[in-house]
Design a protein around this ligand. Structure first.
Ligand code: IP8
Length: 262
């Protein structure tokens, strides 16, 4: 079984000022995924469908007062509807190519405590897998049990590490809009170099890309999630979803430029 994460920055125009699909990438990515079409869970990010609202309503920050709580509930609903729409578009495209993609909304069965998953029943996912479906989860706002924040943004990256720990896949592939992990942010530092293998001992200076309005922590957030996974002996790979052919190569077990985290 493979767990594949498709970054929101590959599916959407992430720095758009309203939710916007990257039509060309989306069409290509679903085609590349459909080549594999076997045991697989897909998790996708939110891109401009989620981060705009999540940031606007500061979901996950301390609730200041009743008025702030009411605003955050409104923002939670808007964010949830928006990412659900992205999930519908993505799943419909996969279905058109014969992939039995079934969208599963994290906010309806996952909660967090201090922004980390504390409650998630995987029975339904296991049963979908057993019956030949491809579950498609996505970053979503969720209820949080810390009463000071009450709501959290659950990233697709945290979902994949949780699923991988519990379901022990053969492979975890995380695709983004860069080739892998660099010594620094390649978008702002031209001297940044791609690192082939990252372990907990690798010295990194990861800066979050502020241009990308990524409320869940950008590349630094991803690396932390995947290093967590490495603690359980599960190796993962970060690859660039914007390079045509990369996803197809990765899901079919062939070599792809990227960074292995172990
Ligand atoms: O794009 C974030 O998920 P990510 C989810 O995987 C929302 O970090 C709703 C912003």
């Amino acid at each position: 079984m493979i767990i594949l994460k498709i970054g929101g920055s590959a599916l959407t125009i992430k720095d758009a000022n309203k939710p916007t699909i990257d039509e060309i990438n989306l069409d290509r990515i679903v085609k590349e995924i459909s080549v594999y079409n076997q045991d697989m869970i897909i998790v996708h990010g939110a891109g401009s469908y989620g981060h705009i609202y999540a940031t606007e309503y500061s979901i996950g920050s301390k609730i200041e007062n009743e008025e702030d709580n009411t605003a955050k509930i409104e923002g939670f609903c808007k964010t949830q509807s928006s990412v659900q729409l992205l999930n519908n578009i993505f799943c419909s495209k996969l279905q058109e190519l014969g992939v039995p993609a079934i969208g599963l909304q994290a906010s309806s069965f996952i909660t967090t405590l201090d922004k980390r998953i504390d409650n998630c029943n995987l029975d339904v996912i296991k049963e979908y897998l057993k019956k030949g479906f491809v579950p498609v989860l996505y970053g979503d706002p969720v209820l949080d049990h810390n009463d000071e924040i009450k709501y959290a943004i659950l990233s697709g990256d945290q979902i994949i590490t949780y699923l991988a720990e519990k379901l022990n896949p053969n492979k975890v592939i995380l695709s983004s809009d860069v080739d892998g992990i660099y010594t620094d942010n390649p978008k702002t530092n031209p001297n940044a170099k791609l690192i082939d293998i990252v372990t907990k001992d690798t010295k990194l200076s990861l800066t979050d890309d502020k241009n990308q309005a990524d409320i869940t922590g950008g590349m630094a957030g991803k690396v932390n999630e995947l290093l967590n996974l490495a603690k359980y002996g599960i190796e993962s790979q970060i690859i660039n979803a914007e390079k045509p052919g990369n996803i197809e190569l990765a899901v079919s077990g062939q070599k792809v430029k990227g960074t292995i985290i172990k």
